[in-house]
Design a binder for this molecule. Structure first.
Ligand code: AMP
Length: 314
């Protein structure tokens, strides 16, 4: 029996299913989580299927979470979508259920759960959920198609990153055949507010780029206050340095309220997640996140990025 059938058997066996995803959610986290919820609700109306986590204000237009009570976990199946490691799971009650399933596309460094479906070749977890529906011949409701399409667009940078495969396009074509409001979604995914556009201007103005294409910029709390932006709103500009021809790897150091830095790292070709792992983080080979606890550590991370940019040039 393949893994999708095993997961389906578990879903059939439980009356309550609670779906989690990672903290600091992005469209793929929410898309896969709520897309799966809506798929299961459509096919099992008698079951309680809930999505938990905090409502990220910049993404409530995509979907909102359910209210999940502690007692809902008794005898529940818990599924965690798009989350590589347990510290990053939003809502720590994920261990309170009866059985735990992990569905993810990040490197499986933390193999948690009773049943795992991890496909690092997949562009996104949303692609996996759509594949699950397709393989099991479960028709996707319109709301789920919209969410899963959003997740794929989010995690592929609108079909830009190398993880965009033939299968990604096949799944995207399948989702597009379901009549959600494609125009509205596509436009919304490409929309930023004026404050964020101005921050993007700041990033281009202040980006430091070395001769091998390693780039960095620091966004202090003071600056975020000046632009009246929250950390989560910086997500929209993380890809911006990559549009510059001479940039090959880059890091955006975002100072947090407690003084430490969340480091958002990206690369066009060279593997950077080993750097992230050395600095309290992880992620994909070309898109990772780390945490830095001093300006010296910021410099050290940039030095390691420069090293990657300099060696195995290409
Ligand atoms: P971000 O810059 O937050 O969008 O993160 C990019 C990628 O790195 C995401 O796919 C995350 O899964 C991963 N990531 C970010 N922060 C961490 C962390 N602290 N630990 C593990 N993975 C992370």
């Amino acid at each position: 029996m393949n893994i999708m059938n095993e997961i389906f058997e578990k879903i059939q066996a439980y009356d309550t299913i609670i779906i989690h995803r990672h903290q600091n959610p992005d469209p793929d986290a929410i898309g896969s989580q709520v897309g799966l919820r809506d798929l299961l609700r459509a096919h099992f109306p008698q079951k309680r299927v809930l999505a938990t986590g905090y409502d990220e204000p910049t993404l409530t237009w995509l979907a909102e979470m359910d209210e999940v009570k502690d007692e809902d976990y008794a005898e529940a199946l818990v599924i965690v979508c798009d989350t590589a490691n347990t510290p990053r799971i939003d809502d720590k009650r994920y261990t309170n259920g009866d059985f735990l399933i992990k569905i993810d596309h990040h490197p499986n460094d933390d193999a948690y759960g009773d049943l795992l479906w991890v496909d690092t070749e997949s562009s996104s977890t949303s692609e996996l959920i759509a594949l699950f529906a397709k393989e099991l011949d479960l028709e996707l409701p319109v709301s789920a198609a919209r969410l899963l399409y959003a997740g794929i667009v989010g995690d592929t940078g609108r079909f830009l990153y190398p993880a965009t495969s033939t299968r990604t396009f096949e799944i995207a074509a399948y989702l597009r055949s379901i009549p959600f409001d494609f125009t509205a979604l596509a436009r919304q995914m490409d929309t930023i507010n004026l404050k964020t556009a101005k921050l993007q201007g700041y990033v281009y103005d202040h980006l430091e780029i070395d001769e091998h294409g390693a780039a960095r910029v620091t966004l202090t709390q003071e600056l975020l206050k000046k632009f009246d932006l929250r950390d989560s709103e910086t997500a929209a500009i993380v890809g911006a340095p990559g549009r510059i021809d001479t940039v090959s790897v880059w890091a955006i150091f975002v100072e947090q309220a407690d003084g430490h830095f969340r480091v958002r790292m990206r690369s066009k070709r060279k593997v950077i997640n080993e750097i992230a792992k050395r600095h309290n983080g992880g992620g994909h080979p070309l898109a990772s996140g780390a945490n830095s606890y001093s300006l010296e550590e910021n410099d050290q991370i940039y030095k390691e990025l420069q090293e990657v940019a300099r060696t195995n040039e290409g």
